[in-house]
Write a protein that binds this ligand. Structure first.
Ligand code: FAD
Length: 287
């Protein structure tokens, strides 16, 4: 289908983008366009103005600020995959980006757009929860930062306010005695997750000092499996505990039935993805 008419704007800076967003009623940011344009073609979204961020070099690029990995919101999935900094400081993101959609989408789709869209089926939101990431957001009143935890409020609903632009994603380091795991069940290459689970943990000897579990596409938004985290924190994690954590993950799930499966199947797959991610994270942490 053909989208309804809109006015196209190409801002010269982030400030200019914020001005355009706030001066024009019913304006939307255009990043990679791989979520927004399909919605416009289906007329689920009919913005009157599109503010295209693609000319803004200041929103691209990956750098270190101390030991925090800082990723410009307009960085594409393929740029994540190719980045030596990401490979070295957060290889989890390389694994994730490789499983996002297909090469065409990964060439244009941005990590900021993936997060800002608020789609529970997108991969990055739950990963950002597990990584304890922070989002840098600019608006008419200046810059603010918001933790990933608490940012995802519902389907297509995030902590971004009208007229704001996400500029950067900040990712704290995974400690030397830490590990990560990311498992995504999908029907075929290029598909969204039927269910996904990301685990980031830190060990203190054999004991689990910290753990965060992010779940993909099994609730109206990306969620943390907090009861399972609480069970595992401070414990020497073994198979019996992993089984108990998997039960708690299932209790946290609230998926919608669709072509990818019914509620029971998706709930059980979230538990299975979590079992696998915990084992992967423990193995990487040297347990
Ligand atoms: C066939 C197909 C398969 C896909 N499979 C997957 C998958 O497996 N996993 C996955 O994670 N994703 C998947 N996607 C989605 C894809 O990753 C999108 O690129 C992503 O969701 C949105 O990023 P974008 O840069 O394209 O943003 P856009 O589509 O341009 O924008 C999405 C939304 O975010 C807003 N936005 C974008 N950037 C900003 C910003 N910097 N600040 C504030 N608001 C912003 C826009 O206004 C819009 O509302 C798939 C898409 C397609 C078409």
């Amino acid at each position: 289908m053909i989208p309804s008419g809109f006015e196209y704007h190409r801002p010269s800076s982030v400030q200019d983008a914020i001005r355009l967003l706030n001066e024009n009623e019913d304006a939307k940011i255009l990043a990679g366009g791989h979520s927004l344009l399909p919605m416009m073609k289906l007329r689920f979204a009919e913005p009157a103005h599109l503010i295209d961020l693609n000319g803004l070099a200041e929103l691209k690029g990956i750098r270190l600020d101390g030991d925090t990995l800082c990723i410009g919101a307009m960085t594409t999935e393929n740029e994540l995959i190719d980045s030596d900094l990401v490979k070295q400081h957060c290889p989890l993101l390389v694994d994730v980006a490789k499983l996002v959609a297909d090469p065409q989408v990964r060439n244009r789709g941005t990590v900021g757009g993936d997060v800002a869209h608020g789609d529970p089926g997108n991969d990055h939101p739950a990963v950002m929860l597990a990584l304890d990431a922070e989002f840098v957001i600019q608006g008419p009143d200046g810059e603010r930062r918001q933790a990933a935890n608490g940012f995802f409020l519902g389907t297509y609903w995030t902590g971004l306010e009208e007229g704001e632009v996400m500029t950067e994603i900040r990712i704290p380091p995974i400690p030397a005695n830490g590990g990560y795991g990311y498992n995504k069940l999908k029907r075929k290459t290029g598909d969204y997750a039927t269910a996904g689970s990301t685990v980031v943990l830190e060990l203190d000897g054999a004991s689990c000092k910290e753990i965060r579990i992010g779940l993909t596409n099994v609730a109206p938004m990306a969620i943390r499996a907090e009861a399972a985290e609480d069970l595992l924190r401070g414990q020497n994690i073994d198979e019996a505990l992993i089984e108990q954590a998997a039960e708690l993950v299932m209790q946290a799930c609230d998926p919608a039935e669709d072509l990818r499966g019914d509620i029971q199947y998706k709930t059980h797959m979230a538990a299975e993805m979590t079992r696998r991610s915990i084992r992967d994270a423990l193995a990487r942490a040297g347990s």
